[in-house]
Write a protein of this length. Structure first.
Length: 125
């Protein structure tokens, strides 16, 4: 069992940013097409995180036109070039599967930074 943990520690690295469900992220993913390799960006809302250690994955959902597209990324994949956190979302759940049925304004997630600014200005008045 200890050998398995040693192998997992070599895969896990700490240079990835902290993000949770509800955050909008931009994943730079390496795509190999024949001999060539390019980086494809996939921006959307994190709706799920599961697993632990080297097996940790997260699901990113984006709207492509009027169709919702979800993609599962392994967190410690060598194909992920980098992950940028664009916005922090204010949510009360760790799994946001209810967003699949929602469209338009009801599918929006409130920005965590904007809610903090509103709350501080109300207290000062």
């Amino acid at each position: 069992m200890d050998k398995l943990k040693l192998i997992e520690q070599t895969v896990v690295h700490d240079d990835l940013p902290e993000f949770t469900a509800g955050d909008t992220v931009n994943v730079h993913y390496r795509v190999r097409e024949g001999e060539k390799e390019r980086i494809q960006q996939y921006q959307g809302v994190v709706i799920n995180e599961r697993g632990s250690g080297a097996n940790k994955t997260f699901i990113v959902r984006k709207m492509s036109g009027s169709v919702g597209v979800e993609r599962i990324f392994p967190l410690y994949s060598p194909f992920i070039a980098k992950i940028e956190v664009k916005k922090r979302g204010k949510v009360r759940r760790s799994k946001l599967f209810y967003l699949r049925e929602r469209r338009g304004k009801s599918a929006r997630i409130q920005d965590k930074d904007a809610t903090n600014k509103i709350n501080t200005t109300k207290k000062e008045s």
